[in-house]
Design a protein around this ligand. Sequence first.
Ligand code: SF4
Length: 138
Amino acid sequence: MYPSADTDMSGSVIFGIVVGTPETPHVVHLDRVKPIPPELLALDAPVKPTEIFRIAATCIETGCRHFDGTNCRLTTRIVAGLPLVTDRLPTCAIRATCRWWHQEGAAACLRCQQVVRDNYIASDELINAINPAIYGAE
Ligand code: SF4
């Protein structure tokens, strides 16, 4: 599973809720994954589900610029570029199948709760970590 997915990706489920502030978001993990309610997708609101939920879905591997054929480079960059936000491994309903966990282990989990797929005032560190432009033309 890819843990920063969008609602339209295959197998998408909700596994966390974003709390905190836009400047300092913090993901609270659910004790189990939840299906995405159709009424949530139908909302014609200015807020995207990915601003308020963490969604996991099947990793599309070579369909994603972050994937190098073996690893998720996004995970590597998150571990290298984002600060720790907890000193305890958060309980997580998708850990058994999470690509970030399997690749980077606790180093990913200890930074994961600051990741929000759509945050319009994200930190410079997060913007730098998620920007695929660094890979150039591949
Ligand atoms: S990186 Fe860790 S905390 Fe984040 S979704 Fe994966 S298993 Fe859960």
